[in-house]
Design a protein around this ligand. Structure first.
Ligand code: NAI
Length: 482
């Protein structure tokens, strides 16, 4: 049977955009159309190059290396469109990469994934298809979603058509999406064990095999594949919460969490990666996927399993609060009316994404303490910062937020006149700032709270900063015991 020639990707977000752009760049003979119901997002994907730089600076997703690939492929075999039906109709393989956020109301509110975007995409596919198709779950979904999709398709599709559903969860990390996609640790493809299911899986394997070694493409059953994505995110987040729990012990005892992490990581069974203590994890996925896993466990009658994973999130909340509390208590128990510079607002470096960013939580806590905050982030648009720090449903909170929170165009500008600097995102540029000049421009004593352990605390202390990091005792009090 024929190989894949036309791919449609439903959902032009952080996953659909970069994933299918890389497919288009690696497979020039496949036409890839990425569609979305959000016309603003599609217009941004189609935005022209900046006349000054010649680069695509206005894409809706910032990822190192992404703009160059879009520029090469767009209009050749890569298209961005709002014509969802047309792209579905023409495709022989469809990625469903729509959002699956945590439900905010109704049954399972606060835990379960909102599956309505996946279901309405599936219904659209059933409605407009006049030929058989392979449908690929790219979104992160609860275990057994493929079974629901199959029922929706079978009940609504034109007779005689065949739909093969595959699970192909995405493991890219924002900030390194392009390198992750070009050189993945593994590609996971789940299918039914039937001959049709396995044939569909082979066709998708053949797409990836253009640039991924076959031995890195792992095929499983559908349910294992769906669950593996939730499991991988739960385990990654669990490592962060584990090291953050150790950080609290380190701060209370004088142990150094970077040394503890290094010592643990030398054990091959543990490994060195993803053991950095910080104010906590953010991003659209870890919390949502664990909540989803907690809900799944509860619904399967496994409350102990649910409680185990829930604790990973509780430790993360605790890490953010503990950090904010330390800022206030260190600054003589009040930051009211004090100028605080908040450096970084994205949930991690090299992305403009602020979903579940710890910086937003910290900023909201500082607002409650009635501090005057100046935020600087190299990639996050100003309006997004205001959206993230205002309380929904509070009348006039935007006005109040604008009075209380200013946005600076550089770190130096944000810090001028401040009493404290708080680093909330590990942007590389914060390592090489002219800290001496910044110190000179601040009120004294000048506090620095490094929530990501990016600056060299020793050097900054020599300049005169009172430095507090995560997971290390404050300043060396007694050199004999240090
Ligand atoms: P996103 O919110 O950036 O993008 C989803 C897009 O789907 C939106 O632009 C939305 O307008 C569009 N959409 C929703 N319903 C639609 C419909 N019926 N027809 C056409 N377009 C529709 O979300 P993101 O971050 O790309 O995530 C997508 C999925 O991938 C989620 O399930 C997420 O859990 C998963 N994922 C996300 C990762 C990340 O780093 N952001 C990594 C791995 C998986």
């Amino acid at each position: 049977s024929s190989p894949v020639r036309r791919i449609c990707c439903i959902g032009a977000g952080y996953v659909g955009g970069p994933t299918c752009t890389v497919i288009a760049s690696k497979c020039p003979d496949i036409t890839v159309t990425i569609v979305d119901i959000n016309p603003v997002r599609i217009a941004a994907w189609n935005s022209p190059p900046n006349p000054k730089t010649g680069k695509l600076d206005d894409l809706p997703v910032y990822e190192p290396g992404l703009a160059d690939i879009v520029q090469t492929c767009r209009g050749r075999n890569l298209f961005f469109s709002t014509e969802v039906d047309k792209a579905i109709h023409e495709a022989d393989l469809i990625f469903v990469s729509v959002n699956t956020p945590t439900k905010t109301s109704g049954i399972g509110a606060g835990y379960a994934a909102d599956m309505h975007y996946v279901e309405s995409s599936t219904r659209r596919i059933a409605e407009v298809s006049t030929s058989s198709k392979i449908i690929v779950e790219k979104s992160t979904v609860p275990c057994r979603t493929a079974a629901s999709m199959r029922q929706v398709l079978e009940a609504n599709a034109k007779p005689g058509l065949q739909f093969d559903i595959l699970s192909n969860p995405e493991f890219l990390a924002e900030g390194t999406a392009i390198t992750d996609l070009e050189n993945p640790d593994r590609v996971l493809i789940g299918s039914l064990p039937t001959p049709e299911g396995q044939l569909a899986a082979r066709k998708l394997q053949d797409v990836y095999a253009r640039w991924v070694e076959r031995k890195r493409i792992y095929t499983t059953g559908l349910w294992s594949s769906e669950l593996s994505k939730l499991a991988a995110n739960a385990m990654l987040a669990q490592r962060i919460s584990s090291i953050n729990a150790m950080a609290a012990i380190c701060e209370a005892t004088g142990a150094d969490v970077t040394e503890v992490a290094h010592a643990c990581g030398l054990d091959k069974r543990i490994g060195p990666n993803f053991l950095r203590a910080s104010i906590g994890f953010g991003g659209s996925c870890f919390q949502k996927d664990i909540l989803n896993l907690v809900y799944l466990s509860e619904s399967l009658g496994l409350p102990k399993v649910a409680a185990y994973w829930k604790q990973v999130i509780e430790m993360n909340e605790y890490s953010k609060e503990r950090f904010a509390r330390k800022v206030v208590s260190t600054m003589f128990n009040t930051i009211t009316q004090k100028r605080v510079a908040l450096l970084g607002f994205a949930f991690k470096k090299d992305t403009g994404d602020t979903r579940e960013s710890p910086a937003a939580t910290i900023c909201k806590l500082f607002r409650q303490e009635r501090a005057q905050i100046t935020v600087y982030d190299p990639k996050v648009p100003h309006h997004q910062i205001y959206l993230d720090i205002t309380e929904p449903g509070v009348i006039d909170d935007t006005e109040a937020a604008k009075k209380q929170v200013q946005i600076a165009n550089s770190a130096v500008e944000a810090c001028a006149g401040a009493e404290a600097v708080v680093i909330a995102t590990e942007w590389d540029e914060f390592k090489t700032l002219d800290w001496e000049a910044i110190h000179a421009s601040m009120k004294k004593p000048a506090f620095l709270f490094d929530g990501r352990n990016v600056v060299d605390a020793k050097t900054l202390r020599k300049i005169g900063f009172r430095v507090h990091t995560v997971g290390r005792g404050p300043e060396i009090v007694d050199p004999v015991w240090a």
